[in-house]
Design a protein around this ligand. Structure first.
Ligand SMILES: Cc1cc2nc3c(=O)[nH]c(=O)nc-3n(C[C@H](O)[C@H](O)[C@H](O)COP(=O)(O)O)c2cc1C
Length: 299
């Protein structure tokens, strides 16, 4: 069995330092299982499940198909039944929690008692320092160009900016879909990567075929960063939101009818199984490492 060993793979007991992104209305059981079975860590965002019963059913489906580690994105805000969600996740052996809203201290003790880890999404150094003060186990540096709600600092700058100032493992997110990009992220000091946009173009992702084809057709020039849709800055496929302002009926269906994607659409050329994408990522990572020119004595 191949593996790439980092602080993250040791911490989560996975073969490769690759987290399949939690993506609203996209990452469900099929995608999470495929990524975890391929040696990464698959995740689901809990807002995908409207009731605790639906979440329990989803988690039990995952558990019948893989005993590998899995993760979730949990929103720790009063708008979500996060206590019940947490219990359901802990009962199903979820070992990785990504917090995006709210105070991670609310879940730290219970997750740790269950042997799990809590990482916080951050888009600024200030958020990283705050999360560190709250004793999270690690950070996800959500960088410029990421799918979904994104930051504004390029990954090349943001990862070393945080790792040099915060003594926590940092996972890089935003614009990573190939092994060369993963090698670059690890060279910057990240202990792993989150892959989102690339995994939408898979049979396992719960996205329409039109959405998947649009990712293949798009280039990074077609991605717009705007807060017009949700009130928070996020990246979107430009043509899918162009008439948003004149379609009031979209309302809560905005993540279904409007297509979020990151600038890594640049590297999305086909639809293939998530497992094949992870395998290719690892293979390309190895090749990229070997192709780097060494420093030579100039004789
Ligand atoms: C359609 C879509 C929905 C997303 N929804 C969520 C979400 O519900 N929770 C979350 O933590 N991140 C969400 N994200 C962000 C991803 O978890 C991840 O940070 C991002 O996709 C990484 O950048 P990349 O798309 O360039 O790989 C979403 C991303 C996309 C593309």
């Amino acid at each position: 069995m191949k593996r790439i060993r980092t602080a993250l793979t040791d911490m989560l007991e996975i073969a490769y330092p690759v987290i399949g992104a939690p993506m609203f209305l996209i990452s469900y059981e099929d995608l999470a299982v495929a990524v975890s079975e391929a040696g990464g860590l698959g995740t689901i965002p809990l807002p995908n499940y409207r009731t605790i019963e639906a979440l329990e059913t989803g988690l039990s489906t995952i558990r019948t198909r893989t005993n590998k580690p899995i993760g979730v994105n949990i929103h720790l805000s009063g708008r979500f039944p996060w206590k019940e969600q947490l219990t359901a996740c802990l009962n199903a052996g979820v070992s990785f929690f990504i917090t995006s809203l709210g105070d991670p201290r609310l879940i730290l003790q219970d997750v740790h008692a269950n042997g799990g880890k809590v990482f916080a999404d951050v888009v600024t150094l200030k958020q990283a320092l705050n999360a560190a003060e709250r004793s999270v186990d690690g950070l996800i540096a959500v960088s410029e160009g990421a799918g979904g709600h994104a930051g504004t600092i390029p990954v090349m700058v943001f990862v070393p900016y945080i790792t040099s100032r915060v003594d926590l493992p940092v996972i890089a997110a935003g614009g990573i879909s190939t092994g060369a990009q993963m090698a670059a992220a690890l060279a910057l000091g990240a202990c792993g990567v989150v892959v989102g946009t690339r995994l939408i173009a898979t049979p396992e992702a719960q996205a329409s075929d039109a959405y998947k084809q649009a990712l293949i057709a798009a280039g990074p020039e077609d991605i717009v960063f705007t807060d017009r849709v949700t009130g928070n800055p996020a990246n979107w496929l430009a043509h899918s939101i162009q008439d948003f302002d004149t379609r009031p009926e979209i309302g809560s269906k905005r993540w279904l009818d409007l297509w979020s994607a990151g600038k890594s659409v640049a590297q999305v050329d086909d639809i293939k199984p998530a497992g094949a994408i992870i395998e290719e990522l690892v293979c390309d990572y190895q090749k990229s490492m070997e192709s780097l020119p060494p420093v030579q004595e100039d004789v």
